[in-house]
Write a protein that binds this ligand. Structure first.
Ligand SMILES: *Cc1c(COP(=O)(O)O)cnc(C)c1O
Length: 437
């Protein structure tokens, strides 16, 4: 009965019988992995609840403050919850941290001083940090403030180049930045355990160096976080994993008290630090989003794994592959043609709860060397914990996709992308080995 109803409603959403069947086949094989993901989500859910109980969260903490925001109990307690949950001494969790890039800039500029050197031992960081650091000339970059930058690339097999990392650490090295997620690069995402080994190595060479981890897209994917393996600071965005889809804005920095305090004096002003910053009525969304986050992340992970398996079956190259252990929620699929990428993104858009009737088209976005297409029908603008996909229209024609507030929505999005590619005549399900790209 329910099966029949499901078929009917998928049909009403434009999914053909053959696509639905194909999806079901792929999903059946994934049941054991999905169970593992559910177990991890359960652990992380309990971790969040324990932190909220230990910090005695109460409804008074949801009240709005305005103006300076002195004695904002809700804000201060939320920061205690983040610190407890991620096992740091202190936290800065603010709507005034406008994005992940801003939070990273605040963490870096708050903890570095003129004459210091910043080291990335994992290759070039996320694109938006180029101008923060001064890899690309920019007004107000760390470079302008006399902070130098050094980088050690990963070895060809994606592992750490310990020999050259040792050589790169010098008397000026003050902070080491480690990006957990591959972001939109082609390299593996690091596990928390790998990050721990790298941090131990760095500290064995220079014990007083600050180790910061860009934790974007990694929160709650595993049962531990980089702060559990020696990171002095972890930094991320609330419109990705830890906001659980409910946070309308914000970023976080969790870690050693000294590091967090230094960042806070940069965010507000010397002498003010964490004491100011009104929460403007956003507290409840930030608490509730964190509460939901482990389950939301589990849904997004299932979506990524489902997509990898579906498209791998059709002969496309996918990263990570269908079997790999996951350390973030991003999935890339190389579709091999502009038409493929466009049809995929239009399918994702058509599955959205918001703006589903809009057809995304490639456009010349400032700062990119090729037209870019983006699919997002999100409740929160730019939120990438919500189902979203984007791709530059250039070889190898790879699409990056992530998110999904629920597994069912992620599943629909992937089926829609498949349907859209079939309807555009780009692939067929019947001749799987004949899909050559
Ligand atoms: C998203 C992201 C950032 C930057 O975050 P924004 O909120 O887009 O500014 C930095 N690093 C990584 C790895 C990311 O995924």
């Amino acid at each position: 009965m329910i099966q029949e109803q499901l078929h009917q409603i998928y049909k009403s959403l434009g999914i053909s019988e053959e696509v639905l069947q194909f999806g079901m086949e792929a999903e059946t094989a994934l049941k054991p992995r999905f169970e593992e993901i559910d177990c991890r989500a359960e652990y992380n859910q309990l971790k969040v609840i324990k932190a909220m109980q230990d910090c005695r969260v109460s409804d008074i903490h949801f009240a709005a403050t305005t103006g300076y925001g002195y004695n904002d109990l809700g804000r201060d307690t939320l920061e205690e919850v983040y610190a407890a949950c991620f096992h740091g001494e202190s936290a800065l969790v603010r709507p005034q941290l406008m994005s992940g890039t801003h939070a990273l800039h605040v963490a870096l500029s708050g903890n570095l001083r003129p004459g210091d050197e910043l080291l990335s031992p994992v290759g070039k960081p996320y694109d938006t940090l180029d101008e923060v650091i001064g890899i690309r000339e920019a007004i107000g970059s760390l470079k302008e403030y006399g902070i130098s930058y050094r980088q050690v690339d990963l070895l060809p097999d994606g592992t750490f180049d310990y020999e050259n990392i040792r050589k790169a650490i010098n008397e000026k090295t003050r902070l080491v930045t480690i990006q957990r997620s591959k972001g939109y690069a082609v390299r593996p995402t690091f596990s928390v355990e790998q990050i721990g080994r790298l941090i131990s190595f760095v500290k064995s060479v220079k014990p007083d160096v600050v180790c910061m981890v860009d934790n974007c897209y990694g929160e709650f994917v595993e049962t531990s976080e980089p702060t559990d393996v020696g990171a002095d600071m972890i930094v991320g965005s609330l419109i990705k994993n830890p906001g659980g889809g409910l946070a309308p804005v914000g970023g976080y920095i969790v870690g050693k008290k000294e590091c967090v305090d230094k960042a806070s004096y940069r965010l507000s002003a010397p002498g003010l630090g964490k004491e100011v910053g009104a929460s403007l009525g956003l507290n409840q969304s930030l608490y509730q989003g964190l509460f939901l986050s482990p389950v939301v992340v589990a849904g997004a992970l299932k979506g990524a794994i489902f997509a990898a398996n579906v498209y791998e079956k059709l002969g496309f190259s996918v990263l990570p592959d269908g079997k790999e252990e996951r350390h973030d929620i991003i999935q890339s699929i190389t579709l091999g043609s502009a038409e493929g990428v466009i049809a995929f993104c239009q399918g994702i858009q058509a599955a959205a709860p918001v703006d589903s009737y809009v057809k995304p088209e490639p456009w010349d976005m400032p700062g990119y060397d090729a037209p870019v297409i983006m699919a997002a029908g999100a409740f929160v603008q730019g939120s990438s914990i919500e189902l979203s996909a984007d791709a530059p229209i250039k070889p190898p024609y790879a699409v990056y996709f992530q998110g999904g507030l629920t597994w069912y929505h992620a599943r629909l999005g992937i089926l829609k992308s498949l349907q859209s590619m079939i309807d555009a005549g780009i692939i067929t399900l019947r001749h799987r080995d004949q899909n050559t790209f």
